[in-house]
Structures are given as C-alpha cells and as structure tokens.
Design a protein around this ligand. Structure first.
Ligand SMILES: Nc1nc2c(ncn2[C@@H]2O[C@H](COP(=O)(O)OP(=O)(O)OP(=O)(O)O)[C@@H](O)[C@H]2O)c(=O)[nH]1
Ligand SMILES: [Mg+2]
Length: 367
C-alpha cells in the first residue's frame, strides 16, 4: 500500500489493527481527505483514544528539525509560560532561526499592555538561553495578531520551510487552521482538541511550489498539570475566555485555596492585596491558616474542587514551598498551568502548596 498520512493528525494510516495509531477502515481509503479513526472520533464525539507513542518518540520526531533548513515558530501558551517555553529548544532545532509566539492572549484582561508583555517575553526567552528574532502575541481562536505574524513569518523564512513547534496544547494546530482558513476558506482542516497530544506526526501545508508550513506534535512536558487531572477537570481549569482577576485583601494568617488543587498561605507581612488569575471556573476559598489543613481533609473533592474523584486517584500530593518576597516590585506566584497570584513584594512571606510534579515558582509580574 502507498504510504498515506492522516490529514487531521499526521499519523501513518494503516488498515490492520483498529487499536493501533492510524487505523482507518479500508472503505475510507477512497476518500479525498483521509482521517484516522482517532481523529474521526475526536471530531465527531470529542472523545480521545490513547496512543502508544511515547514522549521520547515525539521529541525524536521534532528533533529532526535540527537537520533541516527553515524557520522555527515556537508557539507558547501565554497563560502557562512556565510550562510551555521549551528551554532546550536550541538543542532541538539546531541553528535554525526562531520566532517566539505567545498564543491565547484573548485570555488576558483587555487592559493588558501588549508592548510590555512582548518585552517581558523576549527577556524570559533570553534568560532561558533562547535567542529569538521576533516576538508576536496572537489569539488563534479570535484572530488577534494573525496578520502581523503572517508578515513576520513571510519575512523571516526567506523562502524556506516553516516549522511550528511547541509543547502539547499550546494551540499550534489551531493557529495553522486559522492560516489555512484565511488563505483557502477551508476550516478545521487539522484536528485540534483540549487534550494534550492531539497531533501525532508532521503535517505539511504547502506554501508554494517548493516550501511548506509544517505542524508538529507537541513536546510533552510532564510538569504540566494537564497530565495529572481528569478530562472533566482539565476542561474546568483551562480558561476559555478572558480571565476576570479576583482580588483578595488578606491579613497574615489567611489562606487561599484554588479549588483543592493549590493553596497559598499568607504567613507574614502587612495587610496586602492578592490578585488571582485563574480560570473563572476555579472557585477560590479564603480561610484561616490555622483551619486550612482541617478544611482540606474534610472537604477535598467537594467544597474544594476540582479535583473530582478521578483526579484524586492520580493527583500527586501537594508539596509545600516558601517564598520571601522583598524589593517592592510586583511579583507573580505561579502555579504552572493553573494560574498565578500577583502581589507587591513588600516584605511578605507566603507558603504555597502545589501538586508535587508541578512546582510553584515566582517571577516578575507578567501584567
Ligand atoms: N483561549 C484560547 N484557546 C486556544 C487558542 N488557540 C488554541 N486554543 C485551545 O487550546 C487547545 C489546544 O489546541 P491545539 O491546536 O489542539 O493545540 P496543539 O498545540 O496543536 O496541541 P498538540 O497537537 O496536542 O501538541 C484547544 O482546546 C484550542 O481550542 C487561543 O488563541 N485562545
Ligand atoms: Mg496539534
């Protein structure tokens, strides 16, 4: 059989084993656009079938870009910079030039200063050892910034191929779909979903007679919380519209719970305001620090949810770390993939609790 690839996820098509990746019934081979069974079920029933492709397989695939000559567009999720900026990118893509794209800006408050945010991103990339040609902010679902980015790509690619690279779920395929829609009118050509690991192989979209735009599978970062929650909870914790910051005036000795997935204790300092950026669907509970443990033990999974029952079976235990915030700058305490809390670092001490594999960190304020 001639080698055929799924148009939705890039996997090699086969007609033998219905449980293995790339299966499609022989009768579907006649169709012009071939979809594998997994993409078909994702598209029509929003249901995911796990595949036996390892994190390492994906990394190897993407690392082949090292031997290619093209422009690398590194897409990150602006809501989870920590979990989606690939620090080892220069090793993966070799000497190819990199354009950094912060996707999902539609989630940030409208008042966000985009210029400043671009500077912030460039500095973060530099700190991580990634040299970028340009930084762009976009929303692949709403279309913001797409025209500017298309121009940047056209200029930077110098008639070469373009590789779209990033961790799982940052919106690489959604972005390419938007480009395809803009230039051909066809919508939803590539399969996208809120599950990590949707794209399974390279998908080439011709740009002209000689060059292509290439979608790639997401690099898996096991420190992303998406790997430790149920499908239902993943839906809840992933914001799908503009985040409404929630502000709490706290005295020391008070605790905030973010559902039951993370917790921040205000241990020491003057009365301060804590601005919380989380999916609007994650409830935030304020309690006294002295009651916090007991509340957790009695109400994890009900009052403090998510986690739901399924998540509780797989969620790593919460790990504690303390931060002393000084210097007076606006600082974010980041719970990767969940959100962050912004506070003025006016000699305060906080203790944070987050799932063990997903450690909290601090950074200079994003907003
Ligand atoms: N709010 C928002 N959501 C987005 C945006 N772009 C993508 N998404 C959502 O993010 C999720 C992942 O999108 P995909 O395009 O499948 O991501 P991917 O990077 O191709 O993921 P893999 O193929 O798993 O590596 C989907 O639920 C998208 O709807 C955006 O600009 N804004
Ligand atoms: Mg994809």
């Amino acid at each position: 059989m001639e080698e055929l690839y799924c148009q939705g996820c890039g996997v090699l098509i086969q007609t033998i084993d219905p449980q293995a990746p790339g299966y499609t019934p022989t009768s579907s081979l006649e169709k012009e656009n071939i979809l594998c069974k997994r993409c078909f079920r994702l598209k029509h029933y929003n249901e995911i079938q796990d595949v036996a492709i390892t994190d390492d397989d994906f990394l190897k695939m993407v690392s082949s870009i090292r031997n290619a000559n093209g422009l690398v567009v590194h897409v990150i999720d602006i809501f989870d910079v920590h979990g989606s900026l690939i620090k080892s990118l220069p090793r993966i893509v070799g000497n190819n030039p990199i354009v950094l794209v912060g996707n999902k800006v539609d989630l940030l408050p409208k008042s966000t200063n985009k210029r400043k945010l671009e500077h912030w991103l460039r500095a973060s990339a530099k700190e991580a050892g990634i040299n970028v040609k340009e930084v762009c902010l976009i929303s692949s679902t709403k279309g913001y910034g797409m025209k500017e980015l298309a121009e940047v790509i056209e200029e930077q690619r110098e008639q070469r191929d373009v590789y779209i690279v990033g961790t799982t779920n940052v919106g690489k395929s959604t972005f390419i779909n938007r480009l395809i829609k803009q230039s051909t009118g066809y919508s939803e050509v590539i399969t996208t979903s809120y599950f990590p690991g949707t794209t399974l192989g390279f998908i080439e979209i011709p740009l002209d007679d000689h060059t292509s735009l290439i979608d790639t599978p997401g690099i898996v970062n096991r420190q992303q919380i998406a790997h430790y929650v149920s499908d239902q909870d993943l839906k809840l914790i992933t914001p799908n519209k503009e985040i409404k910051p929630r502000v709490y005036q706290l005295n020391s000795g008070q605790t905030l719970y973010f559902g039951g997935l993370a917790r921040l204790d205000f241990v020491k300092g003057k009365r301060t305001s804590f601005i919380c950026y989380f999916s609007n669907q994650i409830p935030i509970h304020r309690t006294k620090l002295e009651n916090a443990e007991e509340l957790y033990e009695q109400h994890i999974g009900d009052l403090l949810s998510p986690p739901d029952e399924k998540t509780l079976e797989v969620l790593p235990e919460l790990k504690e770390s303390a931060f002393k915030l000084t210097g007076g700058d606006k600082t974010d305490v980041v719970f990767p993939g969940l959100g962050w809390v912004s506070v003025v670092a006016d000699d305060i001490t906080v203790t944070v609790h987050s799932p063990k594999e997903v450690s909290a960190s601090i950074r200079k304020s994003l907003l």
